[in-house]
Design a protein around this ligand. Sequence first.
Ligand code: NAD
Length: 483
Amino acid sequence: MVSRVIPVDTFDLVIFGGTGDLARRKILPGLFRRYCAGQMPPEAQIIGAARSEMTDDEYRAFVREAVDEFGSTPHEPGQFDAFLGRVGYQRVDAKGSDGWEDLGARLRDDAVRAFYFSVGPALFGDLAERLRTFGLATQDTRIVVEKPFGHDLQSARALNRELAEHFNEGQIYRIDHYLGKETVQNLMAVRFGNMLFEPLWNAQHVDHIQITVAETVGVGGRGGYYDKSGAMRDMIQNHLMQLLCLIAMEPPARFEPDSVRDEKLKVIRALDPVEPHHVVRGQYAADENQPGYRAHVEDPRSTTESFVALKAHISNWRWAGTPFYLRTGKMLRARTSEIAVVFKDAPHSIFGAEAGRHRNMLAIRLQPNEGMTLDVTIKEPGPGGMRLVDVPLDMSFADALGPDGADMPDAYERLIMDVIRGNQTLFMRGDEVEAAWAWTDPIIESWARRGDVPKPYDPGGSGPDDALMLMHRDGRRWRDIKA
Ligand code: NAD
């Protein structure tokens, strides 16, 4: 199957923080891959902007190194140089006036204008203000802001207000890179493109839904940032909430930005407050091979969680009574992201009690090996009565779609192209982000109030035992964490 590449309009993309880690690892290699795929028009211009002094040529060398290290792609001779010919650099001070007029002089009136704020959120307001003051923002200019979008509801509101002083909501693209993943969009295709699932997609037929995002790595060098954040703020409030929204939302009337985002917002607003005993926090301990969480952060008695499991309820007609179990953590057995929709038992077994209990389960794997598995109950082969067994109907998207299925643009590539196209469907709206904080804040506050200490867990496992108990108490079990 050949994927279609539709070139976007020509653009000027300024990357504030163009010398930073995110630019190096994701944004710049992603742009090169879109260039080679023919999606980035040859006249497009990319300008790195940051505090350091650098010439255009020095920045091009930086970009070449970043692309080589973090994700080149097969290309024609000369294509790399042609791409670098579209790259430039401008020193700017986000907090001062240096460089802004020179940056403005590089921009063209007839190109789509986008500014990527790949800097800490403390600079968002300064950048937005200077773009206006120095006349760099046109009516159609887009700004892209990175996570974390605030630390709590209050700070997210303050950020939204700061940006709203200079840009309208239609110009603000808040990135949650999970939404750019091919399989995450496939959630919508599977749900709303098929007749098969949607009639069963409700509390009447679904016993529960579990969402797992597991990492094998620890906090490593990010300890300073992570310790002020923790799994709840870093993962649940954004990535897992977005997955929950897509799996639980009502069908939007159209696949259009506000239709989709309105439905997602309704899900978040219908979430019940979480009972304290429905949340488990964990922190990975040391083992013989590596130090534990606390060795990577400044505070040797840190109580920040590197793992969260919780049970959520959505109070609406579709989902009342069906629990959603969310789980994420670092230093777990395997790197995997998966959503499992576990259906209820058949109302009556004609095969008798000895046939055992069997349930259909649809698992959607977001990574690795993106695909879907549907557990179906069949007869166990052989003579001697009717014994039942659950077997997986397993589909890997890469196998089903051929080589192009395996070579899809990465989340950042897709999202940047969507910014240029002016399509906000896969970006979070301000009210969505605020609603997500309004739900997570009380959980975090209750930990602080109670002086809650996360449960230690062994690296390489599936988190603290209490997380297993969260399900066992309800007569359910988590799916194994495996790659
Ligand atoms: P970084 O510290 O590596 O880079 C920061 C960049 O900002 C540098 O280019 C620096 O020169 C520039 N900068 C800092 N102060 C400036 C000023 N006053 N004026 C102009 N430029 C200034 O940070 P990063 O890891 O690239 O992260 C950037 C943003 O992306 C952050 O908000 C981060 O939370 C978010 N993010 C990063 C990652 C990642 O993998 N690195 C992932 C998700 C989100």
